[in-house]
Design a protein around this ligand. Structure first.
Ligand code: ADP
Length: 192
């Protein structure tokens, strides 16, 4: 199994690249943001529980998020492996993921960190707000809050994965195709 994590701040391009990579390498794409938005649109209990946090730019609590990811990983038997986008976002989530993968006899193969500067991120999120219909993109204060939460709660994960020797930084400022081909060149050695 190849298990990839796409890591980076809001607006770094994780979702765009994850869709292309999932197709190219035959991996199962799991986006916690997409799953939450689907649950909210369907008005499920999970969606209702997540809504206030998401709209405030905060993280959904770990117990809810980890439970949801677990259910989705179990429901989708991995063929070749998973590509995770938006998860993990905290150390407890990363630890839960390690335990979950070890029950499948697997581990995190590679973490791609998409590097994009703050000015570019804010511009991209403002642009996305015009078309995404996402309430968390429409409000400048919520965007700032998400970037702050990223720095405080999610960025420490880079050290967690660096210590495991699976972290690779990729320049996230370029064309979608340039970035895709850079990421592919990091994955290819794993795909054998
Ligand atoms: P972004 O564009 O900010 O990366 P996502 O679509 O990945 O957005 O996620 C949208 C929102 O869903 C986040 O701001 C957060 O509230 C919630 N969310 C997504 N993934 C997680 C997670 N792993 N843990 C907690 N909350 C999450």
């Amino acid at each position: 199994m190849i298990n990839l994590i796409l890591f980076g701040p809001p607006g770094a391009g994780k979702g765009t690249q994850a869709v292309k990579l999932a197709e190219h390498f035959g991996l199962r794409h799991l986006s916690t943001g997409d799953i939450f938005r689907r649950e909210m649109a369907e008005g499920t209990e999970l969606g209702k529980a997540a809504k206030a946090f998401i709209e405030a730019g905060k993280l959904v609590p770990d117990d809810i998020t980890i439970g949801m990811l677990k259910n989705n990983m179990v429901a989708h038997q991995p063929g070749t492996g998973f590509i995770l986008d938006g998860f993990p976002r905290t150390i407890p989530q990363a630890e839960a993921l390690d335990r979950l993968l070890s029950t499948l006899g697997a581990s995190v193969s590679l973490v791609i960190s998409l590097e994009v500067n703050d000015e570019e991120l804010v511009n991209r999120l403002r642009g996305r707000a015009l078309t995404s219909g996402r309430t968390d993109d429409a409000d400048e204060n919520v965007i700032r809050k998400r970037l702050e939460v990223y720095k405080n709660e999610t960025l420490p994960l880079k050290d967690y994965y660096r210590k495991k020797g699976v972290l690779e930084d990729v320049n996230g400022m370029g064309t979608i195709e340039q970035i895709f081909s850079d990421i592919c060149s990091r994955i290819r050695p794993l795909a054998g």
